[in-house]
Design a protein around this ligand. Structure first.
Ligand code: DC
Length: 248
């Protein structure tokens, strides 16, 4: 059975594909592609941390003040709506999709995500969103914490310099020369990596059963093909075994 014939295969509606990895590794692009190819919903969990970070910044709450952040979380409603291409993020009903990608929110998201109470809240939302299966969920702790029994786990990585330069090129393509230098992008990225990998609660790391995919020396097409092959192989195995595992 070819990869594409699996896209309409009923089993594909039920699997969970977890994609974890550091910033700039290409998770969103790969997740989007896999979602389209295998007819899955694409859920981008980083957007939820970003939306909450935006609310904390607006409320002027110090990002080190875990108690006030926790109280803020208790009165916050975050919704992720998967669309054809990207996710729409609603913060207390307001569409903040276009407001959460700037450097300030990016940095703040990494800071609020160290707090266990914030993580527990968002993890439980994510578990509810993916409970039915049929999703590609992308983040830092999907294969380790959110869905430790996900049928497919991919840990996407690349050297920091390569990730930084890809990010820089993305920004540069959007408009006039970016005010920031490539070296600064790489430095920011390393700082974020450091925090995401070393936090006490759910640090970024590959699940023991994740397939490692290092894109340092691969083109986008090659990474897409490799990721697709990983999912296809897993679907074939599940088909052979006669069913899918459980979605929790
Ligand atoms: O994937 P992203 O760059 O949009 O994520 C923003 C921040 O949110 C990132 O620095 C770490 C945090 N995050 C997390 O801790 N766990 C996730 N599942 C997703 C993101």
């Amino acid at each position: 059975m070819s990869a594409s014939s699996f896209s309409s295969f009923p089993l594909a509606r039920k699997i969970i594909v977890a994609i974890d990895g550091p910033a700039g590794a290409g998770k969103s692009t790969i997740a989007r592609h896999l979602a389209r190819h295998f007819n899955l919903l694409n859920l981008e969990t980083g957007a939820m941390y970003r939306a909450f970070a935006l609310k904390a910044l607006r409320a002027d709450i110090p990002l080190q003040d875990s108690q006030r952040l926790e109280a803020l979380a208790a009165e916050t409603v975050i919704r992720l709506e998967p669309g054809e291409e990207d996710n729409r993020v609603l913060l207390d009903g307001e569409d903040v999709t276009g407001l959460i990608r700037n450097q300030m929110v990016t940095d703040a998201a990494s800071q609020v995500s160290v707090w266990p109470a914030i993580r527990a809240w968002l993890v439980s939302l994510q578990q509810r969103m993916g409970a039915e299966g049929g999703v590609v969920m992308e983040g830092r702790d999907i294969g380790t914490v959110v869905f430790p029994h996900a049928e497919v786990k991919i840990f996407l990585d690349a050297a920091p310099e390569v990730r930084g330069l890809r990010r820089y090129d993305q920004v540069a393509q959007l408009g006039p020369a970016p005010a920031i230098q490539p070296e600064e992008v790489i430095r920011d990225l390393r700082a974020r990596d450091e925090r995401d990998r070393n936090r006490a609660d759910s640090p970024l790391k590959p699940a023991s059963d994740a397939v490692l995919l290092d894109s340092t020396h691969l083109t986008l097409d090659e990474v897409v093909a490799a990721a697709e092959a990983i999912v296809t192989a897993k679907l074939a195995q599940l088909h052979h075994d006669g069913g899918v595992g459980h979605a929790s």
